[in-house]
Design a binder for this molecule. Structure first.
Ligand SMILES: Nc1ncnc2c1ncn2[C@@H]1O[C@H](COP(=O)(O)OP(=O)(O)O)[C@@H](O)[C@H]1O
Ligand SMILES: [Mg+2]
Length: 337
């Protein structure tokens, strides 16, 4: 299918066996007119490994939903490539091919569960299989299996208005898994849930990925996602700035953050490092045996900065070393005097 899409009819190169996806230098610009332009993704590259849970953490407005919509083929990025295992670059797929590609390869879990309100949980879960013309007996068998696995079988005849927040999210996860996709994209999947229910849903993702080998890309403003991820990337203003592995300390992400150099050789300094050097913006640098040594040029290049103490969006009191609001995800910038 993808062959005809490639320029010069070149055969797409399948990804190495251990990779689920490759995102290469992705850009997205919203708005056609110069004055309305928002560059939401500014050259993002990363791999998703088969069977891994990859978290994407960043404050609101940092580009998470734009990234997920692009990976799901719901939004055409302005530039860049998104490669699936058989080598298909979905940014080149025409709309009609994208629909069937998406149904077979990608499951989507939204913050707003997007279930069909007049259908039962069971029928909602079966919908993607129905669109794929899966026979009824097979649909029933699969939806029953999924409902049992996700502990919602006793709710199978309920419509969404009779389900709790956690149950709604379980139904939408079951629906996302219905066609056995290789990749699940989850956009703020715990956004409407309390802390306990959030942990349960994230734990569920972990169990499902261990059991079924599906890859998960989970976006959230809540760093707790990193605790349940095999790896997580921090996104800020459309750029990946940091990466974390397993065993992180949620209270101190600075201690486990690896800085990421992107395709344009950019490294974004962590906020706490900038604060530590009093907001210096000129640095001398030396390449040393063990790395690059940066030194702030001196007090004349520094600007006085002050950390915002209350979230400007929801007014929550903010503790030190917090750079996005834990409640609403708003970015907490420093005040520059
Ligand atoms: N449809 C749109 N039109 C114009 N700008 C948009 C649109 N959707 C998102 N944006 C902007 O793109 C940036 C990234 O948004 P988004 O991907 O929704 O971030 P997040 O999901 O991290 O909150 C923000 O500045 C946002 O205002
Ligand atoms: Mg979003």
């Amino acid at each position: 299918m993808a062959r005809s899409m490639n320029k010069n009819n070149a055969k797409p190169h399948p990804l190495p066996d251990d990779l689920s996806n490759q995102v290469i230098d992705l850009y997205h610009v919203y708005g056609m007119k110069l004055q309305n332009k928002v560059v939401a993704l500014k050259g993002i590259s990363f791999d998703i490994k088969k069977g891994e849970i990859l978290g994407i953490i960043g404050p609101s407005g940092s580009g998470k939903s734009t990234l997920l919509l692009s990976l799901g083929g719901m939004l055409k990025p302005t530039a860049g490539k998104i490669i699936y295992p058989d080598g298909t670059d979905i940014t080149k797929l025409p709309e009609e091919q994208m629909h069937s590609f998406r149904r077979n390869n990608i499951g989507y879990v939204f913050q707003e569960h997007n279930l069909i309100y007049h259908l039962t949980a069971e029928k909602n879960i079966e919908m993607p299989m129905k669109l794929n013309s899966t026979p009824l007996s097979e649909r029933r068998e699969r939806s029953t299996e999924l409902m049992k696995k996700l502990e919602i079988y006793h709710r199978k005849t309920h419509t969404p208005n009779r389900l709790s927040g956690g149950e709604l999210q379980r139904v939408s996860i079951a629906r996302a898994l219905a066609n056995e996709p290789q990749l699940i994209l989850a956009d703020e999947p715990t956004g409407n849930l309390d802390a306990e229910k959030s942990s349960q849903i994230l734990e569920l993702f972990k169990n499902l990925s261990d059991e079924m080998g599906t890859s998960y890309l989970i976006c959230s403003h809540d760093p707790i996602v990193a605790e349940y991820s095999d790896r997580s990337l921090e996104i800020n203003d459309g750029i990946i700035i940091g990466e974390h592995g397993l065993g992180i300390n949620l209270m101190d992400l600075d201690s486990s953050r690896l800085l990421v150099m992107d395709n344009q050789n950019r490294i974004t300094l962590p906020e706490n490092a900038v604060e530590e050097v009093s907001g210096a913006f000129l640095y001398t640098w030396k390449v040393k045996e063990k790395g690059i040594f940066l030194q702030p040029l001196g007090s004349e290049t520094s600007v006085d900065t002050q950390k915002i103490k209350f979230c400007p969006n929801c007014n929550l009191e903010i503790s030190p070393k917090t750079y996005s609001c834990p409640r609403c995800g708003a970015k907490l910038s420093r005040i520059v005097h």
